[in-house]
Design a protein around this ligand. Sequence first.
Ligand SMILES: [Mg+2]
Length: 375
Amino acid sequence: MSLPPASAGITLSSRTPTLGAHQTRACPNSLLRHGPWVLSCYIDFALPLHEKTLIARIRGQARRSGVLLDGGTGIGDDCAVIKIPRGHEALVTTDFSLENIHFRRAWHPPESVGHRCLARGLSDIAAMGGEPLAAFLSLALPPDLSQRWVDGFINGLLNLADKFKVRLAGGDTAASPGSVLADIVVLGSVPKGTAILRSGAQPGDGIYVTGELGASAGTLSLLSRRKTKLRPSDFPRHFYPVPRIEAGRFLRERKLASAMIDISDGLSTDLRHICDESGVGAEVEQEEIPVAGIGRSARKVDFGIALHGGEDYELLFTAAPGKRVPSQVAGVKITRIGRIMRGRKVFLRERDGMKRELPARGWEHFKLARMGAGL
Ligand SMILES: [Mg+2]
């Protein structure tokens, strides 16, 4: 979805338009068991705090963090009014963070869950070469959740918002029958006509990634095997991933990238997305793929995890042969891992020199959920 360029500002609705707090106690219990109604019924007495109190508390936290101080209107009106820089186009992205699909309360501190919730949206803006402007958070909370958990979640989200000067400009709260559900919408902008799409890769282009791959999925693998919690500071790329906004901006400003995507589903799947959208194939070299080390010992994760694991939030991009891609951007390493080919197939050249077709085996939430893997 894209919004029209607006030099004088655009208006976004940040609340479900047909339901309001006055309807809360009329919401019948039977609706709680039937699909999306659950998300739309405001049962304010069931939230950790009364809805108005909770919103006031979030507003206070946002104000204290400074992310509400840059002009425009935000929390407190029916809609947020957001100014888009003159000559820019709007970028809009939305992402769910669902308990037991994307996080577990037993494994992830609330600050990490809030941080990761916003990081997912910011990473999508980075993938287009854009600048983030504002975020909208819809939060459904189970009645047994502590207010301390909610405060931690909001603080984690706001700390990341502050780092990238993103305003928390609106959202919604509702009761959930059993688990935490968060949906983040991030609004960004990019100079008109310069957004980096997935569809621009050409045969002969080099394929590059920022950072290292597999740290997040490798940490998840440890979490699922161990009974004890991990120390988040030892595994920052999983608990507190940093979206590559600066790297994306650099690539857009220098016109280096012909196509780009963020690695949220895993290298094999996200490379497939670029190939599908561009109508090309690809060949990547096992030897060149930067495999992440995790934990205090920086032990390398398995190659399969680097290849297929999700939630790296690194950037995967292609660049024409004549482009000089630096080996580092904004303190982040950039590695050439292969090249775009004619055809539609994706191959992996293994260390023994053998070339094998690379299946897209990345992150599939619903498949994992069905398998009972939880995350
Ligand atoms: Mg993405």
